[in-house]
Ligand binder design. Sequence first.
Ligand code: ATP
Length: 230
Amino acid sequence: MLEVRNVSAGYGRVQVLWDVDLDVREREVVALVGPNGAGKTTLLRALSGMAEVRDGSVAFRGRSLRGLSIEQIVDLGIAHVPEGRRLFPGLTVRANLKLGGWRTKNTDLERVVELFPRLGERMEQVTGSMSGGEQQMCAIARGLMSQPELMMIDELSLGLAPVVVDEIIERLPDIAASGTSILLVEQDVDAALSVAERAYVLETGRVALSGMAGELLADERVRESYLGIA
Ligand code: ATP
C-alpha cells in the first residue's frame, strides 16, 4: 500500500533522513521506533507533505506522493495524527470529530464511538477539559473520521500512563483489521512492538533494523538499547 524507497528528507539545509526504505501493507500495524531525534516525526511529515522529500520515491497504491499538497495526500486516504494531538481544545468532542470528517463529508460518529465508547459519553465536553488519554482517543477518532486507508500516529503514548497507553494501543489491530492500516511512531518500544506486525528501527536518520515485531522484540540490540534489558 505504502512504498518508501531510498528517501532522503529534511528541512532547508538540514538533512534528517538518508535512504529510508519502508512498507506498509493492507490491514497492517507497522511500528517505527528509535531514539529522540532519529527522524521519526520527519518521516511522517515527509509522507504527509509537510517536510521536503529530496530524493527517492514515495508511492501510495502505486501513485507517487512526491510534490503533492497536504490536501491532495489527505484526499488519497492518508491521515496523520500529530504528536501532541493538536485538537481544538475549546471545541467539543463532537465538533472535533465532525471536523475530522469534513473533507470526506463523513458524519457517521458510530464507528469511532464503538471503538472508543468513552468518547460517546463525552460528546458535548470540550476536549481541553478531558484527560490526556481521552484526548488521544479523540485525536485518533478524528483521524478515522476521514475514513483513511492509512493512518499515521505520532507518539501515541506522549504524557500518558502505561495503563492508558495499553487501553488505546490495543484498539489499533481492530482499526487495521477494519481497513485502515497504521504506521505508529512510538517511544514506548515495548508497547509498539507488542501490537505491531512489523517494525522499523530508525537511528540517526537511517533504518538500522527492520523485521517482524516479535523478532525485533527478541533481538539483543533492541532489548539492550530500547528495553533496558541486558
Ligand atoms: P522525537 O522522538 O524527539 O520527536 P524524532 O525521531 O521524531 O524525535 P524528528 O523530530 O524527526 O525526530 O527530528 C529529527 C531531526 O530533525 C532533529 O535533529 C531535529 O532537530 C531536526 N528537525 C526537526 N524539525 C525541524 C525543523 N522544522 N527544522 C530544522 N530541523 C528540524
